[in-house]
Design a protein around this ligand. Structure first.
Ligand code: SAM
Ligand code: SF4
Length: 345
């Protein structure tokens, strides 16, 4: 083979050369299986009704999710997360899990849920091959939980958590979106949960995305609490937090991981606003209607449906995955055009 001199190697991109713009860096596919939800969290959904994006026949079917996941696995993606909206409101959730579990190369299959319906799904999902669960809860106080979720009942959340423990799930994570003046006074109470439970409680900086109760306010950015502030408060309450090697944390998430002195569980800090981690981003997202999205914030999406229907064209789908990875921004813009409920978090 003749090797030709390089005339122009393009802009210098030392990190991105093998970084997130290369599909080889993508390890996780987040599959949003619905944009519907049985809660209406103020940071995720608007005050005055939600414009649903997904209607039959646009919604991907279990077979569609399987086809996309097979292509993803063939490209080296090993971790799959089922999310939404609220994935437990889809009646074919168990079938979707079974189909993805059966794909060779799927090393980790997890679900993110608000827990409200999880008590009825814990065992069937375990039997279908779900590895682990992430629950979301933003207040431990029943009244405040109801306010933030616009009507949620906290006892249903705890019933879901309890069912997960009973069904034998381990390495459970709990997501908490901290918002200034709304729930950030509970940071120590959440951290205390890890003293005697082997859970990872993850503090997620609020992201002003799409239409929500908070983005409709005069100053949505005022809701953001820098995770450094939370860490300092936790240090005051418990003594210095102990850093944990993040490679020991299950999954391939962006959290920096710590332990409260003497705690059995862990704390995770996801600081997408104060310390964007775009250069190590390792994920792509699929919406419930088949758009493959390169970034939570900044668009860069491709409609996979023409390559999926009437019959999946796996070669074309693989090409679209390659292309989508190249759309990733070097650093996100801090504000996004679509709500988390559409993008799956
Ligand atoms: N309904 C499920 C749940 O709440 O866990 C799964 C979907 S939800 C969109 C996924 C995660 O995104 C949740 O942990 C939720 O708290 C988080 N989330 C939603 N909107 C957010 C926002 N604007 N900023 C930060 N996290 C957000
Ligand atoms: Fe529903 Fe999850 Fe959004 Fe809350 S964060 S409204 S539970 S999709």
């Amino acid at each position: 083979m003749i090797s030709l001199p390089i005339i122009d190697a393009g802009p210098q991109r030392p990190v991105f050369a093998n970084g997130p713009r290369s599909l080889a860096s993508v390890k996780l596919l987040r599959l949003s299986i619905t944009d519907r939800c049985n809660l209406r969290c103020v940071y995720c959904m608007p005050d005055d009704g939600v414009q649903w994006m997904a209607a039959q026949p646009d919604l991907l079917t279990p077979a569609d999710f399987q086809a996309v996941s097979e292509v993803a696995a063939s490209l080296g993606i090993t971790h799959f997360k089922i999310t939404g909206g609220e994935p437990t409101v889809r009646s074919d959730l168990v079938e979707i899990v079974k189909r993805i579990r059966a794909i060779p190369g799927v090393r980790d299959l997890s679900l993110t849920t608000n827990g409200i319906l999880f008590d009825r799904y814990a065992v069937p999902l375990k039997e279908a091959g779900l590895d682990r669960v992430t629950f979301s809860i933003d207040s431990l106080k029943p009244d405040r939980f109801a306010t933030i979720t616009r009507g949620g009942k906290i006892e249903q959340f705890w019933a879901g958590m309890h069912a997960a423990e009973q069904a034998g799930y381990t390495r459970t994570k709990i997501n908490v979106v901290m918002m200034a003046g709304m729930n950030d006074d509970e940071v120590a109470d959440f951290a205390r949960l890890t003293l005697d439970h082997d859970w990872t409680v993850r503090f997620i900086e609020y992201m002003p995305l799409g239409e929500s109760g908070i983005t409709a306010s005069a100053d949505p950015d005022a809701a953001i609490v820098d995770n450094q502030v939370l860490m300092a408060r936790l240090g005051d309450a418990f003594g210095p937090l102990q850093a944990v090697d993040r490679a020991t944390e299950v999954g391939v998430g962006p959290a920096h991981v710590y332990r409260v002195p003497g705690g059995v569980g862990r704390l995770g800090f996801i600081s997408a606003m104060s310390q964007p981690f775009c250069e190590t981003c390792n994920r792509l997202r699929l919406t419930a209607i088949g758009e493959l999205r390169s970034c939570l914030f900044d668009g860069g999406e491709i409609d996979l449906r023409p390559a999926l229907r009437p019959k999946p064209d796996k070669q074309q789908l693989a090409g679209l995955f390659e292309q989508c990875a190249t759309f990733k921004p070097e650093t996100h813009s801090h504000h996004g055009n679509r709500a988390m409920s559409q993008l799956g978090g």
